[in-house]
Design a protein around this ligand. Structure first.
Ligand code: CU
Length: 92
């Protein structure tokens, strides 16, 4: 996915094969991150853990969840349904 040289950009995290892909994503402030459900038969969620926090999602098997990250920091999150399914977004 291209990374814009200027202005706001958009990135994706897939929920696929009971993992977040990529598990670590580094973005600039202002980036819109779209979580995309890809495991049709397996529900997942996105839940913020620790600080700083972001708005999470409910349990679902399809669709998307968008979060715009405006402040720098390391945002950790999990899927509470699947132990070990975790990720982080580093905002610079
Ligand atoms: Cu899950």
């Amino acid at each position: 996915m291209p990374f814009a040289a200027s202005g706001q950009s958009t990135r994706s995290v897939l929920l696929e094969d009971i993992r977040f892909k990529p598990a670590k994503l580094t973005v600039r402030r202002g980036t819109l991150v779209t979580f995309r459900w890809r495991d049709a038969a397996t529900p997942h969620n996105v839940r913020s853990r620790g600080e700083p926090r972001f708005r999470g999602s409910g349990d679902r098997t399809r669709g998307t969840h968008e979060v715009r990250f405006r402040k720098a920091g390391t945002y950790r999150y999990v899927c509470t349904i699947h132990p070990g399914m975790s990720g982080r977004i580093v905002v610079r």
